[in-house]
Design a protein around this ligand. Structure first.
Ligand SMILES: [Zn+2]
Length: 80
């Protein structure tokens, strides 16, 4: 006899979807959350307001637009 494993149902709703950068860019009007300047799309990056290491989520409410340079500076400023 074979033991049939019951199919586990994963809660897809609990999975946080990553917001597309384009959507984030549009939401924040292409303005960097740090320097407040308009960011060309090719320099735009996603940034977590609350770092994932500190329990931040991938929800759009925890994400903000940041230009590449600010993201670099911020990354260097925070000592993990
Ligand atoms: Zn910036």
């Amino acid at each position: 006899m074979r033991n049939r494993r019951s199919i586990k149902r994963y809660r897809y709703s609990s999975k946080t979807k990553k917001i597309p950068l384009r959507t984030l860019y549009a939401r924040d009007n292409g303005v960097c959350a740090w320097c407040g300047k308009e960011v060309p799309f090719y320099l735009a990056t996603r940034d977590h307001r609350i770092p994932k290491s500190k329990g931040g989520s991938n929800k759009s409410s925890n994400l903000q637009l940041m230009c590449f340079l600010c993201n670099q500076l911020k990354g260097n400023a925070i000592v993990a």
